[in-house]
Design a binder for this molecule. Sequence first.
Ligand SMILES: [Zn+2]
Length: 218
Amino acid sequence: MRWNSLLDVVFPPQCAACNAIGSGLCRACTPPAEPITVRIPGLTVRAPGRYTGGVRAAILAVKDGRRDVAERLGRIVAPLIARGSLLIPVPTSALRRRVRGIDGVALIARAAAIVAGAAVETPLYLRRDDAQRGRSRPERLAARGRFGCVAEAVAGARVVLFDDVCTTGATLRDCAAALRTAGAVVDDAIVAAVALPEAGGSDAATKCGGPWTPLPAP
Ligand SMILES: [Zn+2]
């Protein structure tokens, strides 16, 4: 018996929204897929749906350290990922990683990549986490914004940014800038959910208003 399976017996996965035993997000709480595409400057962002209901509960649960829920979210977002893609997760702050012990966005990305036949690299880092000493010149240049990028991992590669929620799109834009400075090509981002202003809820209402345009689903 694999260690994960053993853990599942002792701590069975539980729905993040209704607490039913069996899965990180049960079928009843999983909204039907309604893919959304939004355009922000320099990036096309796609999501399996909006930041509401069960998906919102699931994303918050992953932020609280729920690995079983990350796996379920990965399965929900996987159909949007082309086989062979190279996914780059937006880095979780060092503080949150220390408090929760996991990088939730990277966990969702890895779960999705396994299902979709994609790869994951984690070259991005938050600049304040980083000591500049000992880094190469391209890396120092790439670190001038809020995010830095380890150039060797992505130079010349076409990559797809990955995050849990897109609100204003500012984080995705900053990460794309760091990737481009490091020599990567990035036109696309995939997120687990998009917080649209009209979707309601305090998160959407307070964080939205970014310069993006919802597009009809492809
Ligand atoms: Zn449920």
